[in-house]
Design a protein around this ligand. Structure first.
Ligand SMILES: CC(C)(COP(=O)(O)OP(=O)(O)OC[C@H]1O[C@@H](n2cnc3c(N)ncnc32)[C@H](O)[C@@H]1OP(=O)(O)O)[C@@H](O)C(=O)NCCC(=O)NCCS
Length: 170
């Protein structure tokens, strides 16, 4: 069953439905959207396994990256939320907040609105120092969301050609 996690002015933040896979494929078909997410468009199988992974993370971590639905139109606009970080230098159990929006919905403030709505869920489970956000240094749009959220730049992680900037709560 689909559960509402948070309501904002423009968004329903909710758990995933199997039917979201089709909209994820459309979102992940835009090269700009996947540019810093591996660069490969999302197949229907990718979309289904993303949904499965988000459900597993929610079950095991207590927070996950949730579906963002446009309240007025009822359409899936992207996702936002938490995962265990993939950076091996953070142990134990640092969680990372992230976001992805349909290319057609960039520039409306929806990622910032969603992130503000989900942050309290992680703060119920994790001390503030355990919450980070990071992105490739070239991913200015994502870094700007971090800044709009009031996060502070904490440093960079350099691994071969993959340089990431890290932000944390002040
Ligand atoms: C990262 C990403 C979600 C950011 O999307 P975005 O639309 O730039 O971010 P927001 O939704 O917060 O929108 C902010 C913009 O909307 C504008 N805006 C309009 N109304 C706003 C409001 N009420 N509140 C805040 N911003 C608002 C802002 O002026 C801002 O524009 P600016 O960047 O020119 O200042 C998007 O670029 C994306 O999906 N990227 C691909 C996936 C990805 O790389 N994810 C991160 C991996 S680490």
């Amino acid at each position: 069953v689909v559960e509402t996690v948070a309501l904002t002015d423009r968004l329903v933040v909710r758990t995933w439905a199997d039917e979201d896979a089709a909209a994820l494929v459309v979102i992940g078909s835009d090269p700009e959207v996947v540019r810093y997410l591996g660069g490969v468009p999302w197949s229907p199988a990718d979309a289904r396994s993303m949904i499965e992974r988000y459900r597993e993370i929610g079950d095991s971590l207590g927070v996950t990256s949730w579906a963002l639905e446009d309240r007025r139109r009822g359409s899936l606009v992207g996702h936002c939320g938490f995962a265990r970080t993939n950076a091996p230098c953070f142990r134990p159990e640092i969680v990372e907040i992230g976001w992805t929006l349909d290319r057609r919905r960039w520039g409306e403030g929806l990622a910032t609105e969603a992130a503000k709505a989900v942050m309290p869920r992680a703060l119920q489970l994790f001390e503030p120092w355990r919450i980070v956000s990071k992105c490739q240094v070239e991913n200015i749009a994502s870094e700007r969301v971090m800044q709009r959220l009031g996060l502070r730049r904490a440093g960079t992680i350099r691994r071969a050609a993959d340089n990431n900037v890290v932000y944390r709560l002040p």
